[in-house]
Design a protein around this ligand. Structure first.
Ligand SMILES: [Mg+2]
Length: 152
């Protein structure tokens, strides 16, 4: 049976840190400390290095079933739309159609792997293997891809 891989968006394939820094309202109340509420922040994020090519490789592998699993801020409803538009902009529609899951409880999803940069919204309680993106073992996409290439 195909292995299910969930891939987080911000900090894994979308460069939220850079988007936050470049946003014109980033230093203004009420957005200080709440960058997730910045208007339009999720719409134009730049991809993280190697992320798009690497995710495409995983999407095209026969033995994996890949989904995007991200949390959209409850208090920024536009973000839910922008995340859907973001993946459509960066990936071939045929490969990613209906493969976006937005939720605050990632531990409830059944699957084998979760690639996520942070423990929040259930990521650290995920019942499969949590690939902690950005840590020592998985500092970048080269390491992640290498891990999946050598699994079988
Ligand atoms: Mg993240």
């Amino acid at each position: 049976m195909n292995k299910i891989i969930y891939i987080d968006l911000d900090g894994v394939i979308a460069d939220f840190e850079k988007g936050k820094k470049n946003h014109p309202l980033g230093g203004i109340t009420p957005y200080i400390g709440r960058p997730d509420k910045l208007p339009g922040i999720y719409e134009h994020l730049e991809p993280i290095t190697d992320a798009i090519a690497s995710v495409n490789k995983l999407l095209k592998k026969d033995n994996f079933n890949v989904f995007f699993l991200s949390t959209a801020p409850w208090d920024n409803p536009d973000a839910w739309t922008h995340k859907r538009l973001w993946i459509a902009k960066h990936f071939d529609e045929k490969l990613i159609r209906k493969r976006l899951i937005l939720c605050h409880h990632k531990q409830l999803l059944m699957g084998d792997y979760l690639i996520d940069d942070r423990p929040f919204n259930g990521a650290s309680e995920f019942l499969g293997k949590w690939i902690h993106f950005g840590n020592k073992k998985f500092p970048d996409w080269k390491n992640v891809l290498n891990y999946f290439d050598n699994l079988y």
